[in-house]
Design a protein around this ligand. Structure first.
Ligand SMILES: [Zn+2]
Length: 104
């Protein structure tokens, strides 16, 4: 957890900033309070010890090959998505039109 940074101010979390809320098998739900800016986040992390764990996925074989080329999601990615969803107003039309204009 010490390598995970607050998505608001960039401060690294300390172990005392993180509380375990619950877990289901390797999926852990953590509450992190930034000691610098006092932002509070829920972190969902997969913490496992078995490096050869079975992959559980809804993806078909072609999708697994396609997405296997992308980098592994990090805790920062999950925090960024949490931050995005917290601010998202539900306007998918505006979101997709905005992203299409940006890519042109
Ligand atoms: Zn912070």
């Amino acid at each position: 957890m010490a390598s995970v940074k607050c998505s608001s101010c960039g401060q690294n979390y300390q172990m005392r900033d993180v509380k375990i809320l619950n877990h289901y098998q390797d999926l852990w739900f953590l509450n992190a309070l930034c000691s610098s800016c006092h932002s509070r986040y829920i972190i969902v992390a997969v913490i496992g010890q078995d490096q050869n764990a079975e992959i559980i996925s809804d993806l078909n074989d072609a999708e697994l090959v396609r997405f296997n080329k992308f980098p592994t999601l990090t805790a920062d990615d999950v925090l960024n998505m949490h931050d995005f969803l917290r601010k998202f107003d539900g306007d998918f039309s505006g979101l997709f039109c905005y992203n299409r204009r940006r890519n042109l």
